[in-house]
Design a protein around this ligand. Structure first.
Ligand SMILES: NC(=O)c1ccc[n+]([C@@H]2O[C@H](COP(=O)([O-])OP(=O)(O)OC[C@H]3O[C@@H](n4cnc5c(N)ncnc54)[C@H](OP(=O)(O)O)[C@@H]3O)[C@@H](O)[C@H]2O)c1
Length: 244
């Protein structure tokens, strides 16, 4: 039985990942800021899942949560994040203070949530453990401003992390999804039909992703067989960003 931590595990991709680990008999802790969302997920996902609510971008909240997180961890999935530009756009009209706040919001949500918790839990990672971080297709093409830049930062930080933990047989990899349905990423209104068609049109398999696509790769990266696979970015985007 392994101990798994999935940040942002109350909704979308993270929830699907938490469900898959729990189905396989692992003990799973899900995190997020909204306690009621986490509690609902726990009620639906069963006894092998429990929730710890905190803001992963707030150092004090991360520290306060540590006693509730597992003493030993086999897999840390840093899935929490999202594009804060949807709610606080970094347009020039916002003034420089507005631009700074918008950039900080995306760095907080996508970089600090991963860096702070990984740093705090570093000594709890078992030998042979796994860290799986989340980037986005946005890190590999223009048009996403501070969100894409924040995800690019996650990818570079993952390289340093992989070097640090590698000697203990711990791997650190990044999943960079294209558009994935069944999440809260695009807010309550969801993705527009035009934006969806644009995304699907750029894939080679002419479909969008679903959480199960991400789950399959996450489970593989978390498996003992994937021990020689580290410091990589996996583009789960239907071939939009082509590998070479
Ligand atoms: N869906 C897509 O098309 C897509 C594409 C590329 C990349 N991604 C990435 O995939 C990951 C999962 O997103 P998703 O699509 O599943 O969207 P989602 O349903 O909005 O899930 C994001 C989760 O992160 C949590 N979270 C956000 N900020 C947090 C913070 N400061 N502290 C703790 N938890 C926080 C949210 O919970 P609370 O709000 O309760 O905190 C939420 O459960 C994200 O990193 C996202 O950037 C998604």
């Amino acid at each position: 039985m392994r101990h798994i931590v999935v940040t942002g595990g109350g909704t979308g991709i993270g929830r699907a990942i938490a469900a898959a680990f729990a189905e396989r008999g692992d003990q799973v802790v899900i995190t997020g800021r909204r306690k009621e969302v986490l509690d609902r997920a726990v009620a639906e996902l069963g006894a092998d899942v429990r929730a710890v609510a905190f803001d992963g971008a707030d150092p004090a909240q991360v520290e306060a949560a540590l006693p509730e997180l597992p003493e030993r961890i086999d897999v840390l999935v840093n899935n929490a994040g999202g594009n804060r530009d949807r709610t606080s756009p970094s347009a020039p009209e916002a003034g420089l203070a507005g631009v700074a706040a918008a950039w900080q919001a995306n760095l907080d949500a996508n970089v600090l949530t991963a860096v702070l918790l990984t740093t705090a839990l570093r000594d709890r990672l078992n030998p042979g453990g796994r860290v799986i971080n989340f980037s986005s297709i946005a890190a590999h093409r223009g048009g996403s401003g501070s969100y894409g830049a924040a995800k690019a930062a996650v990818e570079n930080w993952n390289l340093t992390l992989a070097q640090e933990v590698g000697p203990e047989g711990i791997t650190a990899n990044v999943i960079a999804p294209g558009y994935i349905s069944e999440t809260e990423f695009f807010g309550p209104e969801g993705i527009s039909p035009e934006r969806l068609a644009w995304n699907v049109g750029q894939t080679v398999n002419k479909r969008h992703g679903v959480p199960a696509d991400i789950v399959a790769t996450t489970l593989f990266l978390a498996s003992p067989e994937a021990g020689h696979l580290t410091a990589q970015v996996f583009h789960l985007d239907g071939g939009t960003i082509a590998g070479r």
